[in-house]
Design a protein. Structure first.
Length: 81
């Protein structure tokens, strides 16, 4: 088995499949928002057990999801100009 092919042995790259990446980011963002509810409801026991990082993990997940959604929205708007 060889780990490389000569250029004339390669097949052409396939056409990229059209996807809506924003939908995937929104699903992930929704999961983070749902995860925020129990972490806030049980914030006192979580904090008492030394698990304050759980709350911050959920908050950072939401923030990164929003950044990702904004990035994809801007990229899509530029592509459709």
């Amino acid at each position: 088995m060889r780990l490389w092919l000569r250029e004339d042995e390669r097949r052409p790259d396939p056409v990229p499949a059209p996807t809506d990446d924003r939908r995937a980011v929104l699903v992930g963002l929704g999961i983070w928002v749902i995860a925020l509810i129990p972490t806030l409801v049980f914030a006192a026991p979580i904090t008492a057990a030394g698990g304050r990082w759980w709350i911050w993990t959920v908050i950072v997940g939401i923030a990164l999801g929003l950044v990702g959604f904004a990035y994809l929205s801007i990229a899509r708007a530029r592509r459709h100009r």
